[in-house]
Design a protein around this ligand. Structure first.
Ligand code: SAM
Length: 187
C-alpha cells in the first residue's frame, strides 16, 4: 500500500535499548518515526519481543509497512550502512540542523538516523556522515527524531496517510471521530 506522501528511504537506529527502563521511550521513538515518515526502526541493546509486538500492533490498526528489527552488532551495522548511504547521528554536540537541512534533503541513498539512550560511545561520532544537533540543549531522542524528520520532509509528513489502515481519524473540532475501513475495500 502506498502512503499518500511519498516516503523517503529513511530509517532509524535506536542504540542501547534497555528492556526494563526504555520500553516506553523506545516504543515512542518507533511510533514517532513511523508517523513522521521513516520506513522502520532498528534497535540494539536488549532484544525486546514486547516492543516489536506493540509497534506491529499499531501498524496493523493504523496501516503502513513500518519495520522493526533487532541489530546484534550496531557498530558493524553502521559501518556497513555507510557503504550504501548517509548515517546521521543526532546529538546535541553536533552541527545545528538549520545549517545542514538543505544538504541533508538532497542526499541520495538510504539514510540511517541514529539516536542514543544512555551515553553514546565515541565510535558513532566518528562513523557518522553527519553529527546533527536539534538545538544544543539536552532533551530527548523522541523530540530529536520528530524535529529531524519534520525538517527532512519540510512539514509534509503531517499529511501522511496509510491506504491500508483499519482505522482512520476524521478530523473534527470537538470529540473523536474514527472511521473503520474494510481491508478488502482497500486491496
Ligand atoms: N547523555 C547522552 C549522551 O551524552 O549521548 C544523551 C542522552 S539523550 C536522553 C538520548 C538521545 O537523545 C541522544 O543520544 C540523542 O540521540 C538525542 N538527543 C538529545 N538531545 C539532543 C539534541 N539537542 N540534539 C540532537 N539529539 C539529541
Amino acid at each position: 500500500m502506498q502512503p499518500l506522501v511519498q516516503l523517503r528511504d529513511v530509517w532509524v537506529l535506536r542504540l542501547s535499548h534497555r528492556a526494563q527502563r526504555d520500553a516506553r521511550v523506545t516504543t515512542h521513538v518507533a511510533l514517532v518515526a513511523r508517523a513522521f515518515g521513516a520506513r522502520g526502526m532498528y534497535y540494539s541493546g536488549d532484544r525486546d519481543p514486547g516492543l516489536e509486538e506493540s509497534v506491529e500492533k499499531v501498524c496493523r490498526t493504523w496501516g503502513g509497512d513500518f519495520k522493526v528489527a533487532y541489530v546484534e552488532n550496531p557498530v558493524r551495522f553502521v559501518r556497513e550502512w555507510r557503504r550504501r548511504g548517509p548515517v546521521v547521528h543526532l546529538t546535541m554536540y553536533g552541527i545545528g540542523i538549520d545549517e545542514k537541512a538543505e544538504e541533508l534533503r538532497s542526499l541520495e541513498g538510504p539514510m540511517l538516523v541514529v539516536v542514543g539512550s544512555e551515553k553514546v560511545p565515541r565510535v558513532y561520532y566518528d562513523l557518522a556522515t553527519y553529527n546533527i544537533a536539534i538545538g544544543h540543549q539536552p532533551h530527548s531522542e523522541v523530540a530529536a527524531i520528530a524535529i529531524f524528520l519534520d525538517r527532512l520532509y519540510m512539514g509534509r509528513e503531517l499529511s501522511l496517510r496509510f491506504d491500508d489502515a483499519m482505522l482512520e481519524i476524521v478530523p473534527c473540532e470537538r470529540g473523536k471521530l474514527v472511521r473503520r475501513r474494510s481491508r478488502s475495500a482497500n486491496s
